[in-house]
Design a binder for this molecule. Structure first.
Ligand code: UT7
Length: 322
């Protein structure tokens, strides 16, 4: 049976590193508080004029190289982002143009931190049903543009970056299952208001910036991810010990550790980038996955669980054999 397999990965981070100590110069916080509550030590922030599509392009080109593919081989482009360059066209169309791809479907997915998992789940269905042969799936964000830099409870958490994968048709097992969920009843707990339809003219003094009831989000994330892991294992008739690598959304090391514990995994089976990247929303999983592939930890044939939870709430997992 045809399967959708990851053929290559790539990622890109903006040059500027912002440490916790630097943030402590502008808001009432400390390296000690940020590290102990979140695990974050630093994050990358885009330069003036640098956009989500700029990051996406760099990550996409690296993934194409790693897959040994030309842009002309790609017949589906999906970009998961909450921070698009324009209201429209979608960032996927902007990226497609930069890569010189003309004609195939290209669209954005907006599921905040779960965006990449949604995008990969969608790409898998296109490929498995024969609607696409090779998909470029990107998670790219410039969260720094919607962070309230005066709010210490959120500004220390987020960062910018992009990760990408090329997914292709294969006779070998690849993506084994995806599990996508959402519940909009929780929309107020983690949000950025000021959308064009409600405000009419985009961002206005404070509107459009991230607000979060962190503690409530934290508790929901831990219990929801616990159930999601159970659902994913059961759907594949697998045991905890069958999973070689956990590639989680990187929001908080304490949430990641709780999921690893649920899986009976040691932390050395978890790809952790939150310390260096912070929370890059839809970019965090492909950034972490690429890190694990490039440093040789994730090997061909390994069973990998990706999972995410974020604004919406949205949550989801992808289980795959790399
Ligand atoms: O990616 C999408 C999903 N997002 C998440 O999963 C994030 C989930 N939430 C979290 O990761 C955590 O809730 C946070 C890291 C955001 C906060 O950690 P917490 O342990 O839940 O802290 P808290 O919000 O309960 O705040 C504890 C204290 C408060 O002070 P009081 O009221 O106890 O005096 C805050 O005002 O910490 C204070 N505080 C800070 N202190 C220093 C909040 N932010 C900071 C800060 N520096 N940056």
């Amino acid at each position: 049976m045809t399967s959708a397999r990851i053929l290559g990965t790539g990622s890109f981070l903006p040059e500027r590193v912002v440490s916790n100590a630097e943030l402590a110069l502008t808001v009432d916080t400390s390296d000690e508080w940020i590290v102990s509550r979140t695990g974050i030590r630093e994050r990358r922030i885009v330069a003036a004029g640098e956009t989500t599509c700029d990051l996406a392009e760099r990550a996409a080109r690296q993934a194409l190289d790693a897959a040994g593919c030309l842009a002309s081989d790609i017949d589906l482009v999906i970009v998961a982002t909450t921070t698009p360059d324009r209201v429209f066209p979608g960032t996927a169309c902007l990226l497609q143009e930069r890569l010189g791809i003309h004609g195939p479907a290209a669209f954005d997915v907006q599921a905040v931190c779960t965006g990449f998992v949604y995008a990969l789940g969608i790409a898998e269905k296109f490929i498995r049903t024969g609607s696409a042969r090779r998909a470029l799936v990107v998670g790219a964000e410039t969260m720094s543009r919607i962070v309230d830099w005066k709010d210490r409870s959120t500004c220390v958490l987020f960062g910018d970056g992009a990760g990408a994968v090329v997914v292709g048709m294969s006779d070998e097992a690849g993506i084994l299952s995806s599990h996508l969920h959402a519940d909009g009843a929780y929309k107020e707990l983690l949000t950025a208001t000021g959308g064009v339809s409600s405000r009419g003219t985009g961002l206005h003094g404070g509107e459009g910036l991230i607000t979060m009831r962190g503690n409530e989000v934290f508790r929901m994330a831990v219990t929801t991810l616990d159930a999601l892991v159970g659902e994913t294992l059961a759907a594949n008739d697998l045991k905890q010990s069958d999973i070689r690598w956990l590639v989680p959304h990187q929001a908080n090391i304490r949430i990641i550790a709780a999921t690893a514990k649920r899986l009976g995994m040691a932390m050395d089976q978890v790809i952790v980038t939150v310390d260096r990247h912070g929370n890059t929303s839809a970019a965090s999983i492909p950034l972490a996955f690429d890190a694990g592939v490039r440093d040789g930890r994730i090997q061909r044939g390994d069973v990998v669980l990706m999972e995410a939870f974020g604004g919406g709430f949205t949550w989801g997992s992808v289980l795959l054999r790399y």
